[in-house]
Design a protein around this ligand. Structure first.
Ligand code: NAG
Ligand code: NAG
Ligand code: NAG
Ligand code: NAG
Ligand code: NAG
Ligand code: NAG
Length: 376
């Protein structure tokens, strides 16, 4: 009978030496667990009230079999290309979805090479509230693509519409697909849009329209009036190359003055042109800078007020504080160098002992002929 040099008896490890090894193992395992949750590599995760399951696979089509109780589903890095009718609920049969997922509320389909949404692609998901189609390449969206999604409130199409740069292209792509939804939030960030989506393509009752990181330079009054017709909408406009001359910016300022909701993140609104105003925060502009004769009516400060201090001062201060913290940290390290060295060598030894133990046990267990009944 083979003897067990480690584990059962021969060389018990002291708790003092095991502890650092356990901490190290924990530090290595933690990111893995988190990666499973956020699903950043090709992977597919679903959650039911009792379980969360993730598989690191690159799906080529929607998963055919899912538990009926699933409420979160995320597929990342797949190649789904075309989502057909009832793609996630077993297809369409006899006028209804074959396997409806009555409790699915969250569906994340990012980086999945999705190019087309066919009629009622999300049928059979009556509870769907959040749908994320960001980072795809949608080239065709059927007018009834979201039919049956009566509970859909948040739709994310960030970096998902490569061909729709202007209002006409957007209208063609989204032709009727959104108007009958009860969305409260629509995200269209990072789509290189040069114009706002025409209000006729948007659902009424929309509360947030996120068009950050696009190519919007000026927002003509007719586009803004259209949005106003939808209701009390908040426009998220940050990271757009806004043109700060009177004619271009005036409609936006008028609209904002009148609108109940200013754009969120005011501070991130900066001028991109003309040259002498590049990088200037829009809400620090003065009437004279904009060249509007009636600047004061637009809510802009008149000249002669407080000179606006540069934002850089706070960054400099932040930098100094960081540098101080860094110096203190280095000093502590330096003063403790002996202790750290000792700790590291302890850690190395402890881990080596552990690994040898596992290695040995693995070899023994993997050979069934050597396992005696007493071991089983
Ligand atoms: C499902 O998604 C929601 C919203 O993101 C989240 O709050 C919830 O924790 C998720 N459930 C599981 C089991 O992951
Ligand atoms: C959906 O959730 C409800 C309550 O949260 C539960 O009663 C029902 O059984 C669930 N449906 C499925 C198919 O699991
Ligand atoms: C994705 O799938 C389509 C067909 O469904 C195929 O033509 C294409 O080559 C695939 N792309 C990749 C990157 O696998
Ligand atoms: C939206 O609803 C209206 C009225 O209910 C209906 O006439 C129209 O066909 C619907 N549009 C789409 C694309 O489903
Ligand atoms: C902004 O959008 C572009 C594509 O339009 C994208 O490449 C870039 O990563 C986005 N930037 C951020 C900060 O999201
Ligand atoms: C301001 O809003 C009111 C209603 O909220 C509207 O009647 C009016 O036309 C708006 N004015 C401008 C200049 O948009």
């Amino acid at each position: 009978m083979a003897q067990r040099p480690a584990g059962d008896g021969a060389a018990p490890l002291s708790a003092r030496r095991l502890l650092p090894c356990a901490i190290l193992a924990g530090m290595l395992l933690l990111p893995l667990l988190q990666a499973g949750r956020s699903c950043s590599t090709p992977c597919f995760c679903f959650a039911t009230p009792d379980t969360l399951q993730c598989r690191l696979v690159r799906l080529l089509e929607p998963p055919p079999e899912l538990p009926a109780a699933v409420h979160n589903l995320s597929i990342t890095g797949g190649n789904l290309t075309v989502l057909r009718t009832a793609a996630f609920s077993g297809g369409w049969a006899d006028g209804e979805a074959a396997r409806p997922l009555a409790n699915l509320t969250l569906l994340l389909l990012t980086h999945d090479h999705i190019e087309a949404l066919e009629e009622a692609a999300f049928a059979g998901l009556p509870a769907l509230a959040t749908l994320d189609l960001s980072h795809n390449r949608l080239r065709s969206v059927a007018p009834g693509a979201f039919a049956g999604c009566a509970q859909l409130r948040t739709l994310r199409l960030n970096q998902a519409l490569p061909a729709a740069r202007d209002a006409r292209a957007l209208e063609e792509l989204l032709d009727g697909a959104l108007v009958n939804l009860s969305l409260t939030r629509l995200e269209l960030a990072g789509n290189r849009l040069r114009e706002l989506p025409p209000w006729t393509t948007l659902p009424s009752g929309l509360l947030h329209l996120d068009v950050r990181n696009n190519s919007l330079q000026a927002l003509p009054p007719e586009q803004l009036d259209g949005l106003a017709a939808l209701g009390p909408l908040r426009l998220h406009l940050g990271s757009n190359p806004l043109r700060c001359d009177c004619a271009s910016l005036r409609p936006l300022l008028v609209w904002l003055r009148n609108a109940t909701g200013r754009p969120a993140g005011d501070k991130s609104l900066h001028c991109a042109s003309p040259r002498h105003l590049r990088g200037w925060p829009v809400f620090r502009l003065r009437a004279s800078q904009l060249g509007c004769r009636d600047g004061a009516d637009l809510g802009l400060p008149e000249d002669g007020g407080q000179p606006s201090e540069p934002e850089t001062a706070s960054y400099v201060f932040f930098g100094i504080v960081l540098a101080l913290i860094g110096v203190v940290f280095l000093m502590v390290l330096y003063l403790n160098r002996k202790g750290i060295k000792r700790w590291l060598s302890n850690l190395r030894e402890a881990c080596r002992d552990q690994m040898e133990g596992y290695h040995y046990r693995y070899e023994q267990d993997s050979d069934p002929r050597r396992a005696s009944p007493g071991d089983l």
